[in-house]
Design a protein around this ligand. Structure first.
Ligand SMILES: [Zn+2]
Ligand SMILES: [Zn+2]
Ligand SMILES: [Zn+2]
Ligand SMILES: [Zn+2]
Ligand SMILES: [Zn+2]
Length: 561
């Protein structure tokens, strides 16, 4: 069993994952799942955007790189134009030095595009990691969406605000992990539900408030049926002031603890362990997977991903290892960061439509390149073999860049969301830190006390005001779409800035670590377990010290009402 170089714990590589490694001629990893994920996530800054000037056309641009990184930034138009040639940065391989160091140097000097936007993008300047989207604002990892504001990991959504991990939904506000929901607020793990508020684990419900574990229900109040008129009277009251809704949030937090949770959400999938897995098969220890097959240790992977191990935040790829956002029609990708339509590409960053690359940065439509230098086919293969043999001897082959060499500040990256570290901890490791993440304080034109207490008392002029967060005092604004959605849902304006709201939402999602546990059900009427306590065991992201009653699927399903 391999031992993690970072935490010295032993970890297993499943036989199917060994097969993937063998197909790519790779050794077993040197880091455990979590430390490898943390390292990969350190590459990806989604949410912290900085003002720059394009190095070619001098236009002002927003970029995912803080000034302290010292990178040259081009706007996407310039970057994808013929006004510069990434091959000009090509260099000879030095067999006496670490190949990883040479690749890192090339990343550092080659110009970078400002933001990652792929496909048809319209009016999405303030978004990052966006694919085929329109009219979105401050959305990140935003796929095929339109009119969304302050969302992250939103796939095929419209007019959603302040939400995390949402798919195929419309007019959702402050929702986490929902699919196919409509005009709803503060839902967690719900599917196909409409006009519901403050609920979790609903399936195909309408007009439910404060409800848990219901399916096919309408007009329910804290899991009790009531008539339509009474429901409407109560909901009007609940939404009439910010305090009323906040009081319900407290009541709901107590109410939901009485109801069990399912050990994991694995839907329409065979042979899967992990959590949030949909329409997939043969998935091992993976989290946030849609339409995937034969993968291990992956995180946030959607749309047609196959035969891959230890990848995150990407889609449409086969045979990938240690890749981040380097899918979109790629095949055989090893240790790569951002890219699309590449075949047999190892150690690449921001390459597009290339074949046979090793250690390249920013190349487009190229073949047989090493460190951005062009070779003929025979020379390329001979040199590639020489480099890989040397990397194997040095223990570098298959290893990603050490965080100190990653071109990103740790606290700007999504690693900080899952594995938060203080500035002192980051600097002690020799990693990078951004001191100025760009929000102001003290510029407010309206004090928090003056914020209207209900949406009906909120004038349109609020869009011009600069507000101050009650928790961190940073300034924030209300966006037009945000106001429109709040009006539709009848909710008062938020008193917290978007970053504090985001941090609160993250707590409603889980950390990607599983524990071997036993079903906690002791309900006598369940006929699938004869003993008083169900003996089913499973892998769950609910840690043993969590307060939830964690049930196996049959026990959980039996308790759905
Ligand atoms: Zn470790
Ligand atoms: Zn430009
Ligand atoms: Zn705040
Ligand atoms: Zn059970
Ligand atoms: Zn049971």
């Amino acid at each position: 069993m391999p031992t993690c170089r970072d935490c010295q714990t032993e970890f297993t590589v499943e036989p199917a994952d060994k097969e993937i490694l063998a197909k790519l001629d790779l050794p077993e990893p040197q880091l455990c799942f979590e430390h490898a994920l943390q390292r990969r996530m350190s590459f990806r800054n989604e949410r912290h955007l900085y003002r720059h000037t394009c190095g070619l056309c001098d236009k002002p641009v927003l970029a995912m790189y803080a000034p302290n990184l010292g990178l040259t930034i081009y706007c996407r138009d310039c970057w994808f134009s013929d006004s510069w040639n990434p091959s000009d940065y090509g260099r000879n391989y030095d067999p006496n030095r670490s190949f990883l160091d040479q690749w890192a140097e090339l990343i550092k000097i080659t110009p970078q595009f400002n933001l990652f936007h792929v496909g048809e993008i319209e009016n999405c300047d303030y978004t990052n990691f966006t694919w085929n989207s329109k009219d979105c604002y401050l959305c990140f990892s935003c796929l095929k969406s339109e009119g969304c504001v302050y969302c992250k990991n939103n796939d095929e959504c419209r007019d959603c605000v302040d939400s995390l991990y949402i798919a195929k939904s419309e007019l959702a506000y402050d929702c986490v992990d929902i699919t196919s929901c409509y005009q709803s607020a503060w839902l967690t793990r719900c599917e196909k539900s409409t006009e519901c508020y403050l609920s979790r684990d609903l399936f195909n419900c309408q007009n439910c408030f404060g409800c848990v574990n219901l399916k096919h229900k309408q007009y329910y109040w804290y899991n009790e049926p009531i008539n339509k008129n009474e429901y409407e009277r109560r909901i009007k009251e609940a939404l009439s002031t910010r305090e009323n809704f906040a009081q319900h949030q407290k009541t709901f937090a107590e109410h939901e603890q009485k109801h069990p949770v399912e050990f994991a959400v694995i839907r329409n999938s065979e042979n899967a362990t992990g959590n949030s897995i949909y329409n997939s098969k043969s998935i091992r220890n993976s989290f946030g997977v849609r339409e995937g097959e034969n993968m291990g240790d992956v995180y946030r992977v959607t749309y047609d991903v196959k035969d891959s191990y230890r990848i995150n935040n990407l889609g449409i790829v086969e045979l990938a290892y240690e890749a981040i956002a380097a899918g979109l029609g790629s095949n055989k990708v090893v240790v790569s960061w951002m890219g699309e339509k590449n075949f047999s590409a190892s150690y690449t960053s921001s390459c597009t439509n290339c074949e046979e690359l090793l250690g390249c940065v920013g190349l487009r439509n190229k073949k047989f390149c090493i460190l951005n230098k062009q070779y003929d086919e025979a020379t390329y293969h001979a040199l590639k073999k020489q480099i890989i043999d040397k990397m194997k001897a040095d223990g570098e082959w298959g290893e990603n860049l050490a965080p100190a060499l990653i071109p990103q500040n740790y606290n700007d990256s999504i690693a900080q969301e899952l594995f938060p570290l203080s500035k002192a901890e980051v600097l002690a490791k020799g990693w990078k830190w951004s001191d100025d993440q760009g929000m102001t304080r003290g510029k407010e034109t309206m004090k928090p006390e003056a914020l209207p207490n209900s949406i009906s008392a909120t004038p349109e002029s609020i869009l011009k005001e600069i507000l101050a967060c009650v928790a961190c005092q940073r300034n924030y604004r209300i966006q037009p779409k945000e106001l429109a959605v709040l009006k539709t849902l009848g909710l008062a304006l938020p008193t917290h800035c978007q970053d504090c709201r985001f941090d609160e939402r993250l707590k409603r999602y889980y950390f990607p670590r599983t524990y071997d546990r036993q079903c906690m059900c002791s309900i006598n009427s369940h006929n699938h377990h004869t003993s008083a306590t169900c003996q089913t065991t499973f892998k769950t992201t609910y840690a043993p010290n969590r307060p939830e009653k964690v049930f196996c699927s049959p026990c959980y399903q039996a308790e759905l009402r």
